[in-house]
Design a binder for this molecule. Sequence first.
Ligand code: PBG
Length: 327
Amino acid sequence: MSFDFVNRPRRLRENKILRDMISENSLSVHDLIFPVFVSSDNSGSNEISSMPGIFRWSLDALEDQMPKWLELGIRSFAIFPCVAESKKDDLGSEILNSKALSYQAADLIKSKWDNTLLVADIALDPYTKNGHDGILDEQGCIANDQTVEILAKASVLAAESGYDLVAPSDMMDGRVSIIRKYLDSSNFYNVGIMAYSAKFCSAYYGPFREAIGSSTARPIDKSTYQLNPANKNEAERELILDAAEGADILMIKPAEPYLDIIMQAKNHHCLPVAAYQVSGEYSRLWAASSFGWLDLDECAKESLLSIKRAGADLILTYFAERIAPQL
Ligand code: PBG
């Protein structure tokens, strides 16, 4: 029997070729940025226990590994340093050492593989003893403007070492404008700023803090600078300010729990939108798949696709290496 329905949307789903033709979004390895952890110990590669398949690389090991990633079509990398405890202090001084690990890594990669895009993480947390993204004043409060000045100087060092984009992940007020000013006054007009504009105070950063060896002894509270997960208007305000201050790309982070913010950024601004699928988003899928409860590859692709569908032009994802051969 059949009813005389006028609309039968399933008609368009019957044939795989047609399904492919009317697919509204797709994933490409060209949209992905692979976050890479580098470490100063000469111990090769060390897997991060809360992030299976993701390693901290010594510079030697990184040099051996790079061709394998490039072979997969991965061309963009965001570098995160795991700084030795002995180099950390209250002011994060190591970030202003032009020979610091993060700058060495860029120098190494660019000297051998010029055809890459490198993104520098600009924040103090890998360098401060307490794991905060800013330095503290005498009252123990984050000293916003002093932190901004350090980050602006660090951005120039990052540009000198070969980074194409600097990505301030600190959430201090006004940092994009001062970073732009410092870069320009050093003639780095073409080094762009990918601003972590709407970075939420999220519990999904846990595995990352283990990865960079940032203070995990006690939970760290970043709620005086990172956004309240409840707030959409406040996120919009940050996006507006970063765009006005000269950001070239607006980033939302985490990604999948904040698809509404990604969509808002895409709809309200005419800048490219990046989304960072953070460590906890990676680890939760891994954990469930290790119990046999979820299919890791399918869930990873679905998650990345949902982030694109929401409006992200580019995605930072720890799945880049795993997913690239399937795209
Ligand atoms: C800090 C920084 C964080 C991440 C990137 N840069 C963590 C934090 O704010 O504590 C998190 C990335 C991830 O979880 O994958 N500047």
